[in-house]
Design a protein around this ligand. Structure first.
Ligand code: CUA
Length: 427
């Protein structure tokens, strides 16, 4: 009954399933037995035809009490004994086990082998041999879970933990992070590949990837790091705003910081921003809270990333079909597409709920007070101004959190009009 566990792929899996199924079956049995008896008695001894009837007075039964105390106690001892025994078996790792170091970081898994081979969000082990994973984290708590192997362990910053398993079947298995660790927790996935020993040896001794990597230009390595280190989650390459500034034309960009000082995004500024992200935040990103990459990116890595930034002088070509389709849209539809593309709906709901910013439901024509006490009416002029210079008129009760990045480069006047047309439909 109730067998929903994924296929077993390690030596310990059948044992874990056995005790897991035993506990499930016992729980189901007692739930049904107790609730069933309760229902039966409730119906059997209900008040009939409006007449109460006296029940006989029954005194306790010592035999019954001894039975229902001793039997569950024995069952609990049995479960505890086997639980501990199986756990011990899982924690005892043979000395010749293959060791792989695993580092969790928001939101990726990195693997490193004894010969220096490194992999990213994917790792390979041989079938039939015990693998020991030494886990740690470079930022927050993560948890490493391979359902098919029936192993799970927390990856804790500043500390090592381990888990071990012996795969009995080659194949590809899913790895999950099972500790909520921030925005992209649910995307923190990795693949485990179990190969026959000979194939594994070939993979392990294959250095072509490193040779290829060594042959890459710094900018190419930087592009790879942009994806692997998670930069792309917050920094776009096409000029569109995300949580952080876009990297399009970022190198030598000039602007103002949140404290009003001027900055030039030269090599030193960029490096400092990677290591101490919150020291010099550009205007409009006062509420950005970027994690430091100190200890995660080497000096060489940072140089590679900056080399990549230098190449970002033009937005990647958009597919033409996309533009053509947009040209055919009604202003309202186009406004709706834009509000999703530019990230407006990340902070402004359309159903009346309060997110970071005011909801767009019923926004057109709405009036109220600004943080500085002035009155406002959300007409075309006011909304356009709020998009272009969001911090100059923050609505009362909201944080000044909207980035000032929707200039004419990002949204044309026609785009803004279409967004307003879309707002008008949100009643
Ligand atoms: Cu890492 Cu959830």
């Amino acid at each position: 009954m109730f067998r929903f566990l994924p296929p077993q792929a390690s030596t310990v899996a059948p044992k874990i399933d056995w005790i897991h199924n035993l506990i499930t079956d016992l729980s189901v049995f007692f739930t049904v037995a107790i609730c069933g008896a309760m229902l039966y008695f409730a119906i059997r001894y209900r008040k009939r035809n409006g007449v109460d009837h006296e029940t006989p007075r029954i005194h306790g039964s010592s035999l019954l009490e001894v039975v229902w105390t001793v039997v569950p106690t024995l069952v609990c001892i049995f479960i505890a004994y086997y639980g501990v025994a199986i756990y011990h078996e899982m924690r005892e790792v043979p000395a010749d086990a293959l060791t792989v170091n695993v580092t969790g970081k928001q939101w990726n898994w990195d693997f490193q082998y004894e010969n220096g081979k490194k992999t990213h969000n994917e790792f390979v082990v041989p079938v039939g041999k015990t693998t020991k994973l030494v886990l740690t984290s470079s930022d927050v708590l993560h948890s490493f879970f391979i359902p098919n192997m029936r192993v799970k362990r927390d990856a804790v910053p500043g500390q090592y933990s381990y888990l071990a398993f012996t795969p009995v079947q080659s194949g590809e298995y899913q790895v999950y992070c099972t500790e909520y660790c921030g925005d992209s927790h649910s995307a923190m996935l990795a693949k485990l590949k179990v190969l026959p020993e000979a194939e594994y040896d070939r993979w392990y001794n294959d250095r072509s990837e490193e040779i290829r990597r060594a042959g890459m230009t710094p900018a190419q390595r930087g592009e790879k790091l942009y994806v692997e280190s998670g930069c792309q989650g917050c920094h776009s390459l096409d000029g569109s705003p995300r949580v952080g500034p876009s990297w399009l034309k970022i190198y030598m960009r000039k602007g103002k910081l949140t404290d009003g000082a001027e900055y030039v995004a030269d090599d030193n500024y960029l490096k400092e921003s990677i290591l101490y992200p919150n020291n010099k935040k550009p205007e409009g990103f006062a509420n950005m809270n970027m994690p430091s990459f100190m200890g995660q990116l080497s000096d060489d890595d940072i140089t590679d990333l900056i080399s990549f930034m230098k190449t970002l002088k033009e937005a990647p070509a958009k597919p033409k079909a996309d533009d053509a389709a947009k040209a055919k849209m009604s202003p309202v539809d186009h406004g709706k597409v834009l509000s999703a593309e530019k990230g407006c709906t990340g902070c402004h709901s359309i159903d009346g709920s309060k997110l970071v910013g005011p909801t767009w439901k019923g926004i057109y024509g709405k009036s109220g007070k600004l943080a500085d006490g002035k009155e406002y009416v959300a007409n075309d002029e006011y909304i356009t101004h709020s998009i272009r210079e969001p911090l100059s008129q923050v609505v009362e009760g909201y944080p000044p959190a909207m980035p000032a990045i929707y200039g004419p480069d990002s949204l044309s006047d026609a785009d803004v009009k279409d967004i307003i047309e879309y707002m008008k439909t949100l009643k």
